[in-house]
Design a protein around this ligand. Sequence first.
Ligand code: MF3
Ligand code: CO
Length: 248
Amino acid sequence: MIVLKSDDEIKRMAESCRIVAEVLEGIKKNIAPGVATEELDEFAESFILSKGARPAFKGYRGYPASVCTSVNEQVVHGIPSSTKLRNGDIISLDIGVCYKGFYGDAAVTVPVGSVDKQAGKLLLVTEKALKIGLEKSVAGNRLSDVSFAIQEYVESEGFSVVRNFVGHGIGRELHEEPQVPNFGKPGEGPRLLPGMTLAIEPMVNAGDWEVVILNDGWTAVTKDKSLSAHFEHTVAITKNGLNILTKL
Ligand code: MF3
Ligand code: CO
């Protein structure tokens, strides 16, 4: 069941989402060659706690950290560790926060130092795929209009969309209905309505779409070892258009 949110609930989600956006902003400033991903996790966790909020991923199905740090061919759910970032890497940072009973979830992928042309294009295309998905996230459209638009754009740029992970409803839970795939035919699924709150999150591979899970039980990597990027916003569909809650 899709739970529609009142304007007041959306306002409360916006507070949680603002913390998410601030953490991402802060983490981005800490990205540099030589920095260990666990340092990013420490920064994020202490920032979130200092706001009186809770890191939503920590303990979720046993996930051990506050942030997912997915480097290069890692798609999502990379676990922060003592491994240091190197010049030319790309890193996806995914953060979830719960504040006063409401969730926010967002992700960005950023370059470490200077990256090659292919990596640079992957970041631009994935960020634009999210933007295109958001443009379709208006009341009256069908859910799969979002999915289709993302897939069509990504494939037109010669990249592929991940199938094994999808976006989702969000609000009083981290994952609510409906699922929001980044692929599919247009004109299917539920009609988008004011009060729907969604986490839209294209995951884009430079090569093929298949992923495998590493032995840690979490880290998803591309099967062909190609680079992968991930951008995500939590949004609310309102009668006045889209409210991007995790944008500062
Ligand atoms: N943004 C991801 C999601 O929507 C991150 C979840 S990580 C987990 O599922 F640790 F919470 F699983
Ligand atoms: Co999400």
